[in-house]
Design a protein. Structure first.
Length: 78
């Protein structure tokens, strides 16, 4: 996550995403002109719910059956 091309320095504290700089919807991770505001993660909360991260850094869960237009995914390789 970035803000003005700088690392937002995010970390998880007690299950809540924290950032030294609040991230925003900007390239290269986000397309500012896209309707996508959430990306699915590869982590599941349980069998029914998965984690999503929003462009502004919030982490939330959604049903794995959810398919709204504003949710997307981004393939990455190790």
């Amino acid at each position: 996550m970035t803000r003005k091309n700088n690392n937002a320095m995010g970390f998880i504290d007690l299950g809540i995403a924290q950032y030294k700089i609040k991230p925003d919807k900007e390239t290269p991770l986000w397309n500012p002109h896209s309707k996508i505001i959430y990306y699915w993660t590869n982590e599941s909360k349980n069998e029914e719910r998965a984690y999503l991260v929003s462009y502004n850094g919030y982490i939330l869960t959604r049903s794995k059956n959810s398919g709204a237009n504003y949710q997307g995914y981004r393939c990455v390789k190790e």
